[in-house]
Design a protein. Structure first.
Length: 256
């Protein structure tokens, strides 16, 4: 009986050693990723936007003044696509919303890049929210509906439009300035997009190409809105690279 007790203590010690030697890891279900049956550790493959190839432009609001009118928004990429606005009455304003610096636009405000030609396919990531009404135009091109991302295809929807409107919102965009992470692939009849990884919607968004990018649309944002970050890539990103950027944005803003 004594020998049996010693053996039990021995195997208990071995078991505890093995448990301690196995590294722990928390596996998270990421938004719609969970519903697709895909397990991944949240942020396990996170990289900053400049670690993904073909970065065309990168704008982050903490590179702008924290208050007052904004006449320029510098590009973090090496391509120098600074956004500017020389008309005082059309300049957006720096602010802090939901604990993060952002650039706020009213219905008249517009920021425009220098020459910035994009051909299909190209990819845009945008963290934005509308703060008044349900018709915010977040991005557009040199003319209307060239590279538009807007909340103007329905009461709570969000669309991309390069000549044809493609609804990319499954659950609705909503109002009240809530941060939403938008992924948009402009690629003609094979365009795609989603909000907060809620499941991609695909279809035809048209084939128009911009020569500049405008925040606030061609003639203004239509309604007030806030933008926290904008990232643009030439080409279509691989799944792993898209996940890197979506994880980077979620880690930074914790918005879904």
């Amino acid at each position: 009986m004594k020998r049996l007790g010693i053996l039990c203590l021995f195997f208990a010690g071995v078991f505890q050693y093995l448990i301690a030697a196995v590294p722990s890891r928390t596996i998270a279900l990421s938004g719609k990723t969970a519903s697709k049956g895909v397990l991944r550790e949240r942020n396990s493959s996170r990289g900053t936007p400049d670690t993904v190839q073909n970065l065309a432009a990168w704008f982050r609001a903490d590179d702008t003044p924290s208050s007052g009118a904004i006449s320029s928004w510098p590009d973090r990429s090496p391509n120098g696509h600074t956004m500017t606005q020389v008309i005082t009455s059309s300049q957006p304003v720096g602010a802090t919303v939901l604990g993060e610096r952002c650039v706020t636009f009213d219905s008249n405000d517009v920021l425009v890049t220098n020459s910035f030609s994009l051909s299909h396919p190209y990819t845009i990531f945008l963290v934005a929210g509308n703060t008044g009404g349900t018709g915010a135009i977040f991005i557009d091109g040199s003319t209307a509906n060239q590279s538009r991302i807007a909340q103007n295809c329905g009461v709570t929807d969000c669309c991309i439009n390069a000549g044809a409107s493609l609804n990319i919102s499954n659950a609705g965009f909503g109002a009240g300035g809530i941060q939403k992470s938008i992924y948009a692939l402009f690629n003609g009849a094979s365009s795609a997009g989603e909000i907060n990884e809620d499941g991609q919607r695909t279809g035809n968004a048209g084939s128009s190409t911009p020569s500049v990018l405008r925040l606030g649309g061609v003639s203004g944002a239509t309604t007030s809105m806030s933008i926290w970050e904008l990232i643009v890539y030439t080409g279509s990103l691989s799944v792993s690279d898209r996940i890197k950027i979506q994880d980077y944005l979620q880690a930074r803003y914790q918005h879904y």
